[in-house]
Write a protein that binds this ligand. Structure first.
Ligand code: C2O
Ligand code: CU
Length: 465
């Protein structure tokens, strides 16, 4: 219905124009869009299998894609339609601590039937994701995650882009239902919950048609609970443009295999070198065998008759330098425990316990001799200060250490600084050091993103004031 001048006049009349006009008219408070976590049935396994009951955002797997421009405000009313309390964490974003979504640390878990309004600004362009941060080991495994893409202010020079969210699901081979044992001591004490059905964007049959010589941006997100994806390109020439959302100063040519640990992202530019009629692949390597993680059938020639030049770097995000690393205060984080480790005893809830007692409590890992979150932070920092944390892995398992709210750079053996990251994979018997600038004030959790490990001891926090 079009509004006529007369309607407007009439509306004016009902407002009582001419009687009293307030001096200021308050802008209406924008209503946040809902982001509803609920139980849903989705076709996860191949079509001849039954649907799988998952927990998802807006009934989808992966959850609703949130896509904004750099600098945009994101407002979402989290609505909890689950049978369990939950919260939403915006992984990789520099954000107000109150919006970080860590149940028990930055907010209370939202009970079933409850809501919570998230409201923050996306300062940094890049590939991020959001996921449940209460009982994450169960809730993320059930499907509570989605991608959050922040577009660069200026369009990027690619023909198009594809989002690839990698996950593995632990499904009953007959019923295609999720294995309901989320507390399994074996998973917690070993490499975590690993699935038997490996998918991209919620299906094992991802096919994305491409054209010869096309340049694509691939945004890869590892949403798995514990699986470290070993990947390679076939039929593509590719460059790493960004890790964990943050652009590299110089794009890195992809040669051979690369790893994507839980929680990590990588942005690739890939040029289709396979010819029309062939199929390019994102290859997953498992036990030295290659599998197609996503297939890209090459159609007839499009507009591009030749490959492009090496790509220019993506524009850097603001204020990302890590100055004064040499003079920075240093902290140590020693990881111990797990199966085949040599943890004798550690403190749980203020009490010293033997490894056997810890195992009886389904706890297996310690940071600096302490199991799980306590009132004492790993580091007490002032905003703006640079800090270094040396991470010593005295276990036989790899751990994907994720710091909330801040990106860090690795202090390499050469003394140089590595790329910005928010999640670092540290293998058994390795010591790696990170440096970062303490950002927004608040309590920032620092934990292993193998979610069974987080649940059984591998979490601490950094206090910024
Ligand atoms: Cu992506 Cu604390 O997590
Ligand atoms: Cu771990």
């Amino acid at each position: 219905m079009t509004q006529t001048r007369r309607d407007i006049l009439r509306m004016g009349a009902t407002l009582g124009l001419g009687t009293m006009i307030p001096g200021t008219i308050r802008a209406a408070t924008p209503t946040p869009m809902p982001l509803t976590a609920s139980v849903a049935d989705v076709q996860l396994a191949p079509p001849d299998y039954p649907k799988t009951r998952i927990w998802g955002y807006d009934g989808q797997m992966p959850g609703t894609l949130i896509r904004v421009k750099q600098g945009d405000r994101i407002m979402r009313r989290f609505v909890n339609d689950l049978p369990q309390a939950s919260s939403v964490h915006w992984h990789g974003l520099r954000i107000d601590n109150a919006m970080d979504g860590v149940a028990g640390l930055t907010q209370d878990a939202v009970p079933p039937g409850g809501t919570f309004d998230y409201d923050f600004t996306a300062h940094d362009a890049g590939t991020y994701w959001y996921h449940a941060h209460n009982r994450s080991m169960e809730q993320v495994a059930r499907g509570l995650y989605g991608a959050l893409i922040v577009e660069e202010a200026e369009p990027v020079d690619v023909d198009r882009e594809e989002l690839l969210i990698l996950d593995d699901w632990l499904l009953n081979p007959e019923t295609a239902q999720l294995d309901p044992e989320f507390e399994a001591p074996h998973d917690r004490s070993h490499a975590g919950r690993r699935g038997n059905y490996i998918a991209t964007n919620g299906t094992a049959e991802t096919e994305l048609p491409v054209k010869p010589n096309e340049r694509l941006r691939l945004r890869l997100i590892n949403a798995a609970n514990a699986r470290i994806f070993q990947l390679a390109l076939s039929g593509f020439e590719g460059w790493v443009m960004a890790y964990d959302g943050m652009p590299l100063d110089v794009p890195e040519k992809v040669e051979g295999n690369f790893l994507l640990a839980p929680g990590q992202r990588v942005d690739l530019f890939v040029d289709v070198t396979a010819a029309a009629g062939e199929v390019a692949h994102l290859v997953r390597i498992d036990d030295e065998e290659g599998y197609s993680q996503a297939a890209f059938p090459v159609g007839p020639a499009g507009d591009s008759s030749k490959l492009r030049e090496t790509p220019e770097p993506l524009p850097p995000n603001p204020n990302m330098s890590v100055p004064g690393v040499d003079a920075a205060r240093r902290f140590d984080l020693r990881m111990e425990g797990g199966a085949m480790g040599n943890l004798q005893k550690a403190t749980l809830g203020g009490e010293e316990m033997s490894f056997r007692e810890l195992a009886a409590a389904n706890q297996f890992w310690s940071f600096n001799g302490v199991v799980g979150m306590t009132d004492t932070p790993l580091a007490q920092l002032s905003s703006g200060e640079t800090a270094r944390v040396s991470i010593r892995n005295d276990t036989v398992f790899p751990h994907a250490m994720h710091l909330h709210g801040m990106h860090f750079r690795e202090v390499l053996n050469s003394g140089e600084l590595g790329p910005l990251r928010d999640t670092l994979l540290v293998f058994g018997d390795e010591t790696r050091e990170i440096a970062f600038v303490a950002g927004e004030p608040g309590k920032w959790i620092f934990h292993c993103h193998m979610l069974a490990h987080t649940a059984s001891g591998m979490a601490t926090w950094v206090d910024v004031t």
